[in-house]
Design a protein around this ligand. Sequence first.
Ligand code: GLN
Length: 283
Amino acid sequence: MAKQYTIGELINLSAGYLQEKGCSSPRLDAELLLGHVLGLERLDLYLNFDKPLNADEVAAYRTLIGRRGQRIPVAYLTGQREFYSLPLQVSEGVLIPRPETEFVVDKVLELLEPGIPTEILELGTGSGAIALALACQDPGFRVTAVDVSPAALAVARANAERLEVQNQITFVESDLFQKISGTYKVICSNPPYIKKSELSALAPEVAAEPALALDGGVDGLDFYRRIFNQAASFLEQPGFVVLEIGWDQAGDVRRLGEEAGFTWLETVKDYGGHDRVVAFKWE
Ligand code: GLN
């Protein structure tokens, strides 16, 4: 008879395998993937550490661990990622939401008065993370969420429906402002900001994400230039621009905003102490 593996044995074996493959959080990944196969929370795995698994469960898990060993991100394997405490669905056509992007949401919330009708424009919504987090925070917010990728918009729309905020969000297929009209209290974005020359050196997990969501051009600043070129005509007065940036881009992005006539308000650091979000006012 084939050996019956317990939950604990499988996690230990898989974590070792993923470590050999260069994954940076092998044990966490092994647990998340087993939880996904069994429909259990990570805590439940520990409460059932000695439970043997059946052959089907082991086979499904082996397949996922094999793919993770090829450095496919966990979120693409489980199809899910949490953002701002919301369970979002993700697929290979969208950037996986990052915890540091929550600082964009926090900053926007800080700039706005709660409970009053407010128009927000999000450029490059991807899975919808920022737009959805904002809509879920305040029923007064109306968000226009833009992306150039129809695949991303399909994911974002499905997320909005699952979270039941589709009535607060308008999705538009557009290259930044191309198909946008009207004015907004806030324009926010996590645009692609990685330098073209650095794309080839990304970790395999990031390289598995859409280049469209990462490639910021030669100096990584293309999208900031394009946003500041046009943002003023889409803003109420006063209005705000809140942008995620790469850790070394705060000075450049501040300068671009100021050159375009915006007042710099603040640069916010992320959990790692890196500059991550820049906020501007238009008045
Ligand atoms: N935060 C992503 C990374 O560093 C980049 C996302 C982006 O370009 N907006 O991998």
